[in-house]
Design a protein around this ligand. Sequence first.
Ligand code: FNR
Length: 359
Amino acid sequence: LPLGAIVNVDDFEKVAQSYLTPTGWAYYSSGAEDELSLTDSRRLFRKIAFRPRVLRRVEPVSAATKILGLESSLPLYISPTGLGRYAYKDAESVIARAAGHEGLIYCMPTTAAHEAVFNARTSSDQPLFFQLYANRDRQKTQVLLRKMEKLGAAAIFLTVDSPVLGRRERDDRVKVADGELLSTGVAKASSAGLLNPLLTWEDVDWIRRDTNIPIVIKGIQTVEDAILAHKHGVHGIVLSNHGGRSLDTAQSPILTLLEIRKHAPHLLSNETRGKFQVFIDGGIRRGTDVLKALALGASAVGVGRPFLYALTAGYGERGVRRLVEMLRTEIETNMALMGAVCIDELVSEMINSERAERD
Ligand code: FNR
């Protein structure tokens, strides 16, 4: 399919499904167990409605914003995803380069070829975030932190929603077919080695003390933990259930955001935002999804799978840039239709979340 024939984010998913090997497709697209958390995020975004304002002079529109104090051309960053090579050679470097061209920030995963990704930037002042799986062995984590300081990572996203690997059965079925799963159900080689079931808030404090790089906790799923994260002095949190890949039936991140609005609204206030930002990811596929999250108080959103899908079918960097351009058009067009010319004008009065809350 020529890129010009792709008109929305879901089109890339269809292309990816037909292009990827069964192994690659299962790894990227699957969620845990019954995939209820995976599908719920998209379903709930659909249940949230806008209350658009009219007669407001909506030209020109700008969706530019700051993420952790850094310029971003959209209120969106690229979420970390492992094993990009199923989609494209040197996927992480290609994504980093496309992000630089589009004025977006990429959060590279622990598993990326770190130096190569930094070298792929369009300029030496292009910021990159680094996603960290903190190892059981603190020394290994320390080596990574020193490396990130040297390379100049702009933030560390510490992933906390996966102390153990979620049970993704579609992935397991392919592995059985490929002979990669032992009869005990244990994978012969698995990324579980990266994960750390012993991680606690004490490690968060330790990492904060060990480095000057801003820390964001990725994978907060309740208002209680959002409050704790703020108390522990980190620079931000990502409301995330790992794209539905960890605990199945964990509540959708948009419900966590609504919980915070209700029980700890100070975490979303303009005063707090200077020091502590709330991000959200999972199931964001439309400009309108981005605008809903922002109006409800998120500072920016993360998008994961679509970037993998946009790399497939030989599209590479062109596919990623096309994806960003489509999201840019959707975000800016729909801001104008809502009566907002800048990100600050997206406010909670523009949202009707009754159906999502009653659901
Ligand atoms: C992920 N995600 C992830 N998160 C993380 O912190 N470290 C990682 O290595 C990975 N790897 C990974 C691989 C794949 C194939 C997927 C789909 C996801 C989770 C990711 O950062 C993000 O939280 C979700 O993907 C967001 O949901 P959407 O946008 O994919 O729906």
